[in-house]
Design a binder for this molecule. Structure first.
Ligand code: PLP
Length: 220
């Protein structure tokens, strides 16, 4: 099997494992333009990158009409490069970044769709909001008319223990529902619950994810 056929096989298997209504964000970070183009040629329409520089480089040469999602930690000084370019910033992990996205979006007179990233794993190398910071970003959104929160994103803990992973995904879903039923702000709508990666996406789907972010499984 050549590279292209392998990607095609893997995507087929992933597609069969995803129920209707669960979308795939193919994470192409660490992979070349050619491999990324292979993924697109297999019918994938949402691509995820975690480095601004890599994303911009790929956007320059890949002309297919795909939705680019930014999924990595975003430094405030790089926010400006994404505004008006990406379909979704999945990784808003601080009020500082949120406010910067507002400022830059207002400058360009656009509304930028984002997800709020939560970190419920207790692993401190990961970025993201804590459950009890929900009201902080919600109240900040009152001053962010150029940002639209479309849901939340989170990762499972680094463990082999499925029960631990499930617990975190379950809590993310609970937070998602709670925000959904408690806010009536125009620029906050819970539509996207982004959780699950190559090793844990079946659990995430069982716990209600409607967007999964899968990388290594596509290329392995
Ligand atoms: C790399 C990455 C993924 C994909 O991880 P895989 O294990 O390769 O599937 C998903 N989400 C984020 C935020 C990532 O950085």
């Amino acid at each position: 099997m050549n590279e292209r056929e392998k990607i095609q096989e893997n995507l087929k298997a992933i597609g069969q494992a995803l129920p209707q209504g669960v979308r795939l964000c193919a994470v192409t970070k660490y992979h070349t333009v050619e491999e990324t183009q292979d993924v697109i040629d297999c019918g994938v329409t949402i691509l995820g990158e975690n480095k601004v520089q890599d994303l911009l480089k790929k956007m320059e040469v890949i002309t297919a009409p795909v939705d680019w999602h930014f999924i990595g930690h975003l430094q405030t000084n790089k926010v400006k490069y994404l505004i008006g370019r990406v379909a979704l910033i999945e990784s808003v992990d601080s009020l500082k970044v949120l406010k910067k996205i507002q400022t830059e979006s207002a400058k360009h007179d656009v509304v930028t769709p984002v997800l709020i990233q939560y970190n419920l794993t207790g692993e401190d190398q990961k970025y993201g909001f804590d459950e009890d910071q929900t009201r902080d970003w919600l109240s900040a959104m009152a001053d962010c008319p150029n940002v639209r929160v479309r849901g939340i994103m989170g990762m499972g803990p680094h463990t082999e223990d499925d029960a631990q992973i499930r617990k975190v995904f379950h809590r993310l879903h609970t937070i998602y529902d709670k925000i959904s039923s408690s806010t009536d702000q125009d620029n906050v709508a819970m539509q996207i619950l982004s959780m699950g990666m190559s090793h844990d996406y079946p659990i995430a789907v069982e716990e209600g994810a409607n967007l999964v972010r899968i990388g290594s499984k596509i290329f392995s």
